[in-house]
Write a new protein. Structure first.
Length: 135
């Protein structure tokens, strides 16, 4: 899809390891990925050619996160905060797999916790709504 919003409410333990909360891909090459990396959260989006379109990292261990995307309108929200708006990215299309608690790289640890709720909207929700969904 060329636009959408992914909402995650998770309960997980912070570890020194990298844990994938979810990823979406074409079977090879990550297209969307949310990971906990020690004391930081990282969201990465790559286009169909594999180039990074969006990359955001912040020292935080939020339980509720939201990623809204549309062409030239990419933003990550957590803890009632917004990442800087990225106005130069084209989201990937043709997602085949949505992996919960891992990605397609078997060397990364599995999620140490559980997903309470994962919601996908087929539209890019407003920034105000992105923030509100993290409360």
């Amino acid at each position: 899809d060329t636009q959408g919003t992914i909402v995650l409410d998770a309960d997980y333990s912070q570890t020194s390891n990298t844990m994938t909360l979810y990823s979406a891909d074409l079977g090879t090459g990550i297209r969307h990925r949310l990971r906990q990396e020690g004391a930081s959260i990282r969201y990465t989006m790559r286009n169909t050619g594999g180039s990074t379109v969006f990359n955001f990292s912040q020292t935080a261990t939020p339980k509720k996160t939201v990623f809204g995307y549309a062409t030239d309108n990419l933003r990550f929200a957590y803890d009632n905060s917004l990442s800087p708006l990225d106005t130069s990215g084209t989201p990937p299309t043709g997602i085949l797999y949505f992996r919960i608690g891992r990605d397609n790289n078997n060397s990364n640890p599995l999620l140490a916790g559980h997903i309470k709720r994962l919601t996908y909207y087929n539209t890019r929700l407003s920034d105000t709504t992105l923030e509100a969904l993290t409360l």
